[in-house]
Design a protein around this ligand. Structure first.
Ligand code: NAD
Length: 315
């Protein structure tokens, strides 16, 4: 068949399978391959999903495979990782996840894979940079989920606050996917009107403090979910489907993925969440917003944290 869209998922855990389940329900591709170090788990997950194919909106070939299956894939989504051991530092965890990625990226490259890498494993900005370094691919073809989900949560909350469809709220969470992420309010719009102007002209109905509270809620959301149910996976699974669709359908959509900066925002080499135009080429362009000096300082601080974490790693 012509133009068969093939996606390989590496890491069939909670996040990976939430992605796979949404992918099947949304008929994202024609072929979905599941790979996990636990082969039996990948096989069981493929069987389980296959039993639902009859009820899905499109047909999809789902099977457990191996790295050779990446040779003709369009996108490889990486959700594999190990979790933090008690008493383990963030850097030690990073080091172990880097070893996991070394065991994954090498065989994928060896298969002759010529598509796009999309990374969800945390800390996502660092693991995406590790993927870039290990793969030797052009940076446009290696990117991470970044602040895509945070941005979606923010737009939803702002939509509620202003009683406006979230699709008409244009605001971004940028920087590290983590504690130092922030919202550049000077660039947040309701349609084409600045939310700062709306606050100023609202006679006290809307205010920056309340919007800031909403963005703090976004930043702390994952932690709250983890406290309640130990892990987060549905939201990120659906974000992954959204991003892969932008690639497979050559959409030129603006998404705040984790991209390698090459001078944009005055930063180089670091991977961070920024609005990007995503299409068949991966990150086709990074959109550079006009930040205020205070916002630029926050962005620089966030990138400094990411750089410091990466530089502590042994690749
Ligand atoms: P999980 O433990 O359920 O799944 C991880 C899977 O990776 C397991 O099935 C495991 O067998 C597999 N794996 C481990 N080592 C492997 C290797 N060497 N090769 C192949 N597979 C291997 O964890 P999860 O809840 O699915 O989370 C996965 C990752 O996603 C974590 O790093 C988590 O922090 C991250 N995450 C990211 C976001 C985001 O916004 N980017 C959100 C939630 C979770």
């Amino acid at each position: 068949m012509l133009n068969r869209r093939k996606v390989v998922l590496v890491g069939a855990g909670m996040v990976g399978m939430s992605f796979a389940y949404s992918a099947l329900n949304q008929a994202l591709c024609d072929e979905l391959v599941l790979i996990d170090i636990d082969k039996k788990r990948a096989q069981g997950e493929a069987m389980d999903l296959n039993h639902g194919v009859a009820f899905a909106s499109g047909s999809m070939k789902v099977y457990a495979g191996d790295y050779g299956d990446c040779s003709d894939a369009d996108v490889v989504v990486i959700c594999a990782g190990v979790s933090q051991k008690p008493g383990e530092s963030r850097l030690e965890l990073l080091q172990r996840n880097t070893a996991v990625f070394r065991s994954i990226i090498g065989p994928i490259i060896h298969s002759g894979f010529g598509g796009i890498f999309l990374v969800a494993t945390n800390p996502v900005d660092i693991m995406t940079r590790v993927t870039y370094e290990l793969s030797g691919f052009n940076a446009s073809r290696v990117f991470g989920t970044g602040t895509t989900l945070d941005t979606a949560r923010l737009r939803y909350l702002l939509g509620e606050y202003f009683s406006v469809d979230p699709r008409n709220m244009h605001a971004y969470v940028i920087g590290e996917h983590g504690d130092s992420e922030f919202v550049p309010w000077s660039q947040a719009m309701l349609a084409t009107k600045s939310v700062l102007d709306i606050c100023e002209q609202s006679g006290g109905k809307f205010c920056v403090e309340e919007m800031q509270r909403l963005s703090n809620e976004v930043r702390d959301a994952a932690q709250k979910i983890i406290e309640a149910k130990k892990a987060t996976y549905y939201g990120i699974g659906m974000s992954l489907v959204r991003i892969v669709r932008a690639v497979l359908s050559d959409e030129n959509s603006v998404l705040t993925v984790s991209a390698r900066l090459r001078g944009e925002y005055g930063q180089k080499e670091v991977y961070a969440g920024v609005p990007c135009i995503v299409n068949r080429n991966g990150v086709d362009r990074v959109l550079e917003l006009m930040l205020t000096p205070e916002e630029q300082q926050k962005f620089d601080d966030s990138c400094a944290i990411l750089r410091e974490n990466y530089e502590g790693l042994e690749l």
